[in-house]
Design a binder for this molecule. Structure first.
Ligand SMILES: O=C(O)CCC(=O)C(=O)O
Ligand SMILES: [Fe+2]
Length: 286
């Protein structure tokens, strides 16, 4: 456990080191460069930060996330706050009968933007309103998943790229929705990402698969699909997973380059969940 530093911020890694709680961040007071660097180091060392009891306006949320890198503005822009388009609203909250955010976002293991040419580096999700039960978020450690891969499997994926396909996976994940139109397909072409990526901040290799990964470049489709399924099943085993049960004013800042995450359901008829998310821009993977 980290002792309380002079700046009044306590960093408390979770048992096992996957995740670190951040207590005492006061955005209204301003945060020095030294304190920022300490928190950023903890982010790289522990993959995600759980800020506890954080008071944060949308403007502060945007400004704090921006210190970690350039921000991404979600497209389509329907669920972004009009006055702060960098904030993407998630949940079932409504005002005057109109939904405020995207419902049922992220229900399935993924990293944000994995299906785009430039996946997002990270995201910071802030709990504005949470249901009395359910609506937890799961996080899986892709460094640990990579480390635990049998050597033969590591050899098989070395230097390989996965094909991430909205087009092929849309019907698999959203059988209840209409198929993608030709315009949708043109807007979301297949992309290829390395199955193993080295994190620029930590230097460590992490496994990279998600729910939009279909198969593997240069392999027969069937063989690639089976390999992706094997990797995906391996990566999402309980031993790599932390379940975040939200408390009011929690914010979780995760790193998409070394983790997967997955939203879980709650009683949408009886309770309200409202979350604000900022998203960090990434860099092309190849
Ligand atoms: O609402 C959640 O628990 C997570 C949703 C999600 O995947 C995201 O905001 O990126
Ligand atoms: Fe997500």
């Amino acid at each position: 456990m980290d002792a309380m530093a002079k700046d009044g911020i306590r960093l408390q890694p979770r048992p096992g080191g996957f995740g670190c709680e951040v207590w005492g961040l006061d955005l209204a007071r301003g945060v020095s460069e030294a304190t920022f660097r300490r928190i950023e180091r903890a982010w790289f060392d522990h993959s995600f930060l759980i800020y506890r009891d954080l008071q944060m306006t949308p403007a502060q949320h945007v400004a704090w996330t921006r210190r970690f890198g350039p921000l991404h503005i979600m497209v389509p822009t329907d669920w972004n706050l009009p006055e702060h388009p960098e904030i993407f609203v998630v949940g079932n909250a409504e005002r005057e009968g109109k939904p405020l955010g995207l419902r049922r976002a992220g229900m399935g293991w993924h990293s944000d933007g994995e299906d785009k040419r430039i996946p997002n580096a990270g995201s910071m999700l802030y709990a504005k309103e949470i249901p009395p039960s359910g609506g937890d978020t799961l996080f899986a450690d892709m460094y640990a998943a990579y480390e635990a891969l049998p050597e033969a499997l590591r050899q098989r994926i070395a230097g390989r790229r996965g094909r991430f396909s909205r087009i092929d996976m849309h019907q698999v994940h959203y059988p209840h929705l209409p198929p993608l139109s030709e315009a949708d397909k043109r807007a979301r072409p297949d992309v290829f990402h390395p199955l193993v990526r080295r994190h620029p901040g930590s230097g460590r290799p992490a496994l990279f698969v998600g729910r939009w990964t279909r198969d593997v470049e240069g392999m027969e489709p069937e063989e690639g699909r089976a390999l992706v399924e094997e990797l995906f099943a391996h990566a999402t085993q309980d031993r790599f997973v932390y379940r975040h049960v939200w408390r009011p004013r929690d914010a979780v800042q995760w790193d998409n380059r070394c983790m997967l995450h997955c939203a879980t359901g709650f009683d949408e008829q009886r309770s309200t969940r409202l979350m604000h998310r900022t998203t960090l821009e990434g860099v092309p993977t190849s």
